[in-house]
Ligand binder design. Sequence first.
Ligand SMILES: [Zn+2]
Length: 127
Amino acid sequence: MWKCPSCKELIQDGFDECWNCGTHADGTQNPSFSRDPDAPNAPDQSKDPIARPSVTIPVRNGIAYSLFADFALLIGQGCAMIGCVCAIIYGVLCMRADDLIGFILLAPLSFCLALANFVVFSRVRRL
Ligand SMILES: [Zn+2]
């Protein structure tokens, strides 16, 4: 056994340089020394935030993420809202004209479709 002159680590006689810092028994440093990451005293790299691989953010480009897409979604949102209002007006008109199919079936269907479109456009715009 010999003691490293640099870091005072105990080294077995079979080794001619310190496993911890690469210093020889005579005190000279090994210039090409690189520390074994599995060594017991090696710093835990998983706790180092810099050494951790960064989280990759998906690339968002192309026409679906352009200003044009934002504008199209805004127009779609407006159209869906107008569709909701029109469906209500249509239902009222059908009711007054005694159009049972229009009042019970077509107007509520149109309203639900327009409302669903509005919700979809609103959610997609926030992505
Ligand atoms: Zn040493």
